[in-house]
Design a protein around this ligand. Structure first.
Ligand SMILES: NC(=O)c1ccc[n+]([C@@H]2O[C@H](COP(=O)([O-])OP(=O)(O)OC[C@H]3O[C@@H](n4cnc5c(N)ncnc54)[C@H](O)[C@@H]3O)[C@@H](O)[C@H]2O)c1
Length: 387
């Protein structure tokens, strides 16, 4: 088997512009910028509405992008979704984590397809409720993991599926930033009342998805987790000083580091660590160890769920230990465009969600298990209710 066997043909789709999709945006903050830019690149999308809890924020947001005719006079997601005149096909939910489940459930109940930003939710209970609403609605729900669209991420999955690694028995994943507690536009990432989860949910969900998607999302069984917040709660944390906000330390109510040992169905061990801040460059590359071969996936400096450099496959050829470098592949197009496009295509073609909730439910169950185990200080069993 050569490297070409792993390569994909990246499809170029012709978009049917005769059917336009009417789309709204819920939450007009930082990430909504990436959504609107990607939506504006789609020739079959009409952006018809936007809502934000902060009065005037949605209006100013659409004006900034020069998008006209967008209805924004809504006090929250609810009023917008109650407005039948909008005839919404889909919404992008770009609210902070604690406001993921509520608008997602409401939109699904109103028969609107949902693209929900990551992490799925804060708790497993919330994720279960969203999955149930999705099932009842018959509508599409996709979770916003744009790294899935990256050709290198697809390559990891193809390598696993090719059998080149044999039986997988141990995985180490995670990563982090040396100084990277996100406070780009305020404190919604760091306050418990808005974020609910810190590094664990924000970037931990990507690390988990990278490997779990590759191995087919086996069910998580048990977890022993740890979390801490030494940097976020420190008024002398250098980043707070740099941005002139030492008071953020008092507001910090989530984790800035988490680690866990997780048992997955099929006898696979998952060793995980994630950091928004640490006195280290990286807590390690991602490694997938198998009976025939192992894969090393370099971590990135600013951990955002992508691949940090060429991957290495460690295996034997004719009894000789050898290494094969898997060069970085270029993805055609922007990851956000692809995340939006695949979601819109699935709506139009009655297809399945590009990043289905049935998978991300397991991702959320692990995050929830880590938080619970860290709080009670012992290993916990992961119980996922039936949807
Ligand atoms: N996919 C990515 O690469 C990526 C990157 C950054 C953030 N995110 C995710 O996007 C989400 C939002 O992050 P952000 O940085 O844009 O936050 P933000 O605080 O800048 O914006 C969130 C906005 O949502 C609004 N809002 C909250 N609840 C609402 C409701 N019920 N109805 C209407 N508006 C509501 C808030 O008022 C706020 O303006 C987070 O969950 C984050 O994890 C994803």
């Amino acid at each position: 088997m050569g490297l070409d066997d792993f390569k994909t043909n990246q499809e170029v789709k012709v978009i049917d512009t005769s059917r336009k999709l009417r789309v709204g945006i819920i939450g007009c903050g930082w990430i909504a910028v990436s959504h609107i830019k990607a939506l504006l690149n789609q020739p079959d999308v009409e952006i018809v509405a936007g809502a934000d809890l902060i009065p005037g924020k949605a209006k100013a947001f659409f004006e900034k992008f020069g998008v006209e005719g967008v209805k924004t006079d809504y006090a929250s997601h609810k009023e917008m979704l109650d407005d039948k005149s909008l005839k919404l096909d889909a919404v992008s939910i770009c609210t902070y984590n604690r406001q993921h489940a509520i608008p997602a459930i409401y939109a699904l109940e109103k028969g609107v397809n949902v693209l929900l930003e990551k992490p799925f939710t804060v708790t497993l209970d919330e994720a279960v409720e969203v999955c149930r609403a999705e099932k009842k609605s018959g509508k599409l729900l996709s979770i916003g993991f744009q790294p899935r669209m990256d050709e290198n991420m697809k390559m990891i999955k193809r390598i696993v599926e090719s059998g080149e690694l044999g039986k997988i028995y141990y995985i180490q994943t995670g990563g982090g930033r040396r100084r990277g507690i996100p406070t780009p536009y305020g404190t919604t990432f760091i306050e418990d009342k808005t974020a609910g989860l810190g590094a664990l949910g924000d970037i931990g969900c990507y690390s988990l998805d990278m490997v779990l998607n590759a191995i087919g999302y086996p069910k998580p069984l048990t977890v022993s987790g740890y979390k801490s917040a030494f940097f976020g709660t420190d008024p002398n944390y250098s980043h707070y000083k740099k941005i002139g906000h030492p008071e953020y330390a008092k507001l910090f109510g989530v984790d800035d580091f988490a680690a866990a040992f997780i048992r997955l169905e099929g006898g696979i061990i998952l060793d995980f660590r994630i950091a928004w801040a640490m006195n280290l460059d990286t807590p390690g590359d991602t490694i997938i160890m198998g009976t025939k071969g192992s894969l090393r996936i370099p971590s990135t400096e600013c951990w955002n769920g992508t691949v940090g450099g060429a991957m290495t496959l460690y295996h034997e050829v004719c009894g000789e230990q050898t290494q094969t470098e898997i060069p970085i592949l270029k993805t055609k197009g922007d990851l956000f465009d692809l995340k939006i496009r695949t979601f819109l295509d699935a709506i139009k073609e009655n297809g399945t969600a590009p990043v289905p909730s049935s998978q991300i439910l397991f991702n959320q169950a692990i995050i929830d298990g880590i938080a619970k185990s860290a709080e009670c200080g012992r290993e916990v069993e992961i119980k996922i209710p039936k949807i």
